[in-house]
Design a protein around this ligand. Structure first.
Ligand code: IMP
Length: 177
């Protein structure tokens, strides 16, 4: 299906499953080479990265571990604005080679916050592996070592990414019409 409806919006097919899988395989092979002998700890960011993490890990062939974290927004008591706290961070990050697995880097603010939080745990190294990047929207200086696909500045849904909670289960990626 080339056009779908999610809630009140129409989306058109933009990145078919086969292209997504080929791009993931390519990045996994790079990781297999770069992290040989280092037993990396993959940290996948929920909810969006669940599907990407599953497919990435099926292409990772070196000894490694995976764990899942979530950024939870909450209203700080007596403060204005939202604070995002990282939940689910496993113990024993110190001295590990960490690879953050994210669905999309848009402005980059989420990733910047994540990197700062993780660096405080003193891992041996941290790199970023994102399925998608919107280079035109990036607001901060980030070193993104592994990026499967670059996309224009348009809203997308599917393959883990949602529109208002829905569409995460789509196998392909769709762009809003
Ligand atoms: P950033 O902090 O602006 O980089 O935003 C990152 C987060 O925004 C991602 O983890 C997604 O949850 C969400 N996001 C950004 N762009 C899109 C999109 O096109 N579709 C769905 N979610 C998006």
């Amino acid at each position: 299906m080339d056009t779908i409806t999610v809630k009140d919006k129409q989306f058109r097919l933009s990145i078919p499953e086969a292209r997504i899988q080929a791009a993931i395989q390519r990045e996994a092979e790079r990781i297999n080479k770069d992290y040989e002998g280092r037993e990396p700890l993959f940290l996948a960011v929920l909810n969006g990265a669940f599907m990407f993490a599953a497919d990435l890990m099926r292409n990772v062939s070196i000894p490694s571990e995976i764990s899942f974290v979530k950024l939870a927004s909450y209203e700080g008591m007596g403060t204005t604005g939202k604070v995002k706290s990282l939940i689910g961070l496993p113990e024993g990050i110190r001295g590990r080679h960490v690879v953050i697995v994210e669905d999309i880097v848009d402005t980059g603010l989420t990733m910047l916050h994540l990197l700062e939080t993780l660096r405080a745990q003193e891992p041996a190294s941290i790199s970023v592996c994102t399925l998608l990047l919107k280079p035109e929207k990036l607001q901060v200086d980030l070193d993104i070592k592994y990026c499967a696909l670059e996309i224009p500045n348009e809203f997308i849904v599917g393959y883990g990414l949602d529109y208002d909670g829905q569409g995460r289960n789509l196998r392909d990626i769709y762009t809003v019409v």
